[in-house]
Design a protein around this ligand. Structure first.
Ligand code: NAD
Length: 313
């Protein structure tokens, strides 16, 4: 299989690339390195079945040229920061929706019909549900990032309906692990390196979410892709448990061997406007197909803290 991976130099994308190469596939990474890192794919650069293209998805002409000759697209490139939309309101419109349109349009020109997409739990918005299944609706995101993901899902679905594409859309929980460059774990570690006595925690610390280890995430993506053959394959990708932000802070302090760290909460139920403070994803659909996360949410967080602290690549 010849796979085109947008965002393949990023955190999750680079792990996916490792798996694809390991399984003998030919891979092209298309990434502008805006939040990715060439170091994450360094070990593949000399390989014959690997190509790296440093370019932007907003350059439609270039995407059309480079996508030719592939069998499948794994589309992971996006702005990864949920918070940024508050300051830059067209960011997710461009990096989420226009970039996805460019991928789909380039695929249409090259008669490539299969697309795997990294969506997010944030498309569900803030709900009263204890556990969200893929059939939950209406999906009303509360962040511009979430709107970008939902818009991208809509476009992909429309290309399936209009041009006979086939898709695997995954709504990820929070993904953590080696090569992690953003998110609550990285944030706490950086803050505690600067000041080991005090840690500022956004919100009241009771935010509670599922954390999925990155290798489980990649296994889930490839498992669903191999075992589900509907035209539209939509899956939540998550473990069954959740972790609070305060628990993450405690685990980071433990792993950094810091005692008596004082936690300073900024207050309020959410970390920032657009943050969904509590949710759980129902992963039964993909569980029934035969995939299950190997690590619980707490185990994933603990392992990811160690990865980030020891700069595991
Ligand atoms: P990441 O920032 O590490 O990866 C995104 C990659 O896309 C980066 O390498 C970046 O350089 C590249 N990129 C961004 N805009 C681009 C553009 N216009 N053209 C070309 N390349 C571009 O983030 P990640 O955490 O690995 O996330 C990967 C995907 O998974 C994203 O779509 C993200 O929204 C989604 N996702 C991530 C999480 C999570 O917890 N990490 C949760 C849900 C969904």
């Amino acid at each position: 299989m010849k796979a085109f991976v947008s965002g393949g130099a990023g955190f999750i994308g680079s792990h996916l690339v490792d798996s694809l190469i390991e399984n003998g596939h030919t891979v092209t990474v298309y990434d502008n390195l805006s939040s990715g890192d060439k170091q994450f794919i360094q070990h593949h650069l000399h390989q014959e079945n690997f190509t790296f293209i440093k370019a932007d998805l907003l350059d439609l002409k270039r995407v059309k040229k480079e996508i030719q000759g592939h069998d499948i697209v794994f589309h992971l490139a996006a702005n990864p920061h949920v918070r940024l939309g508050e300051k830059q309101t067209d960011l997710d419109l461009n990096q989420g929706i226009v970039a996805t349109y460019n991928i789909l349009e380039a695929m249409r020109h090259s008669s490539i019909k299969k697309i795997v997409f990294s969506s997010s739990s944030v498309v569900y918005g803030e709900t009263q549900e204890s556990s969200l299944s893929e059939t939950y609706g209406p999906t009303l995101p509360i962040s511009l990032y979430g709107a970008g993901k939902l818009g991208a899902e809509g476009l992909i679905s429309a290309f399936c309906g209009t041009f006979d594409f086939q898709t695997w859309i995954y709504r990820f929980a929070n993904v953590v692990g080696a090569r992690g460059t953003h998110g609550v774990i990285v944030d706490f570690i950086e803050k505690l390196k600067k000041n080991p006595k005090e840690l500022e925690i956004l919100g009241d610390g009771k935010q509670c979410k599922p954390y999925l280890y990155v290798s489980d995430c990649v296994d889930g993506i490839l498992f669903g892709f191999t075992h589900a053959q509907e035209k539209m394959n939509l899956f939540n990708l998550s473990c069954d448990t959740t972790t609070t932000v305060t628990r993450i802070a405690e685990m980071v302090a433990e792993e950094m061997k810091l005692k008596n760290v004082s936690f300073k909460y900024t207050g309020g139920i959410r970390g920032w406007k657009g943050d969904v403070p509590r949710f759980q994803l129902d992963a039964q659909k993909i569980n029934t197909l035969g995939w299950k996360a190997t690590l619980t949410s707490d185990e994933a967080v603990r392992k990811a803290i160690r990865d980030v602290l020891h700069a595991n690549l």
